[in-house]
Ligand binder design. Sequence first.
Ligand code: ADP
Length: 274
Amino acid sequence: MDITLQQVSYAYAKDTPFEKKALFDVDLNIPSGSYQAIIGHTGSGKSTVLQHLNALLKPTEGTVRIGEIEVQGKKKNKQLRAVRQKVGIVFQFPEHQLFDETVLKDIMFGPMNYGVPEAEAKARAVELVKLLGLPEEVMEKSPFDLSGGQMRRVAIAGVLAMNPEVLVLDEPTAGLDPRGRKEIMDLFYRIHQEKGITTILVTHSMEDAARYADRIAIMYRGKCVLQGTPEEVFENETRLKDYQLELPQTVKFQRKLEQMMGRRLPILCLTEEV
Ligand code: ADP
């Protein structure tokens, strides 16, 4: 399922004295099956774009296409429920959204709310607990008795239990230590590869974008100023500086190596720790 933003502009509190324009003519095409990073500093418009990806926000101007479904500002659209099922969002600190008595019930809540039979919802929960590397005993525990890292995994399982075609990750490693960050990012990468799920990572980390994404879009002051493959986006260091961004350490290291070799390489992410 491709997602396309075409000339999307968005203003918060439109037509009030508090109107705040957050997006300006954003064009972005996210092909089905890709791993897309959306990068930018705080306030650049990443969260606003993110909320358009499953129609939580509708564009003030322009069009968002999510698979076959077209979302436009003023048009009523009965298909939005279907969109929300197909595009799962893992929000920042997703563990704050846990609420049910047991881990099992929490993971089953979303699918059952969408009419998935109980046995099927349970089967999905069992599979996901395993996939996310959680011990089986957590199933009957209260999510609030788990460690922070485990709680985050349960919350992620709850999003995956909807069988989304697209998974949007909003700074999914916020608050984790370096080891926890790598574990979670590697896990998402594995899910992307194994399930062929389109993955959209919203981040301010150039390192994570370099390491995992096959497409990168850069947001700057509400505009999508650059997009392409990592090779294309990292090609021009001066241009990145215009947007107050630095080449990732891994790519800097690679550029030095390339100078010594006298030729360019594909982006390799050469160091283990960044
Ligand atoms: P990012 O996710 O990159 O930090 P945002 O999309 O949150 O950026 O914000 C883009 C712009 O929109 C910022 O100037 C921000 O202050 C503004 N903004 C974000 N949310 C709201 C809101 N609910 N009401 C008014 N302005 C907002």
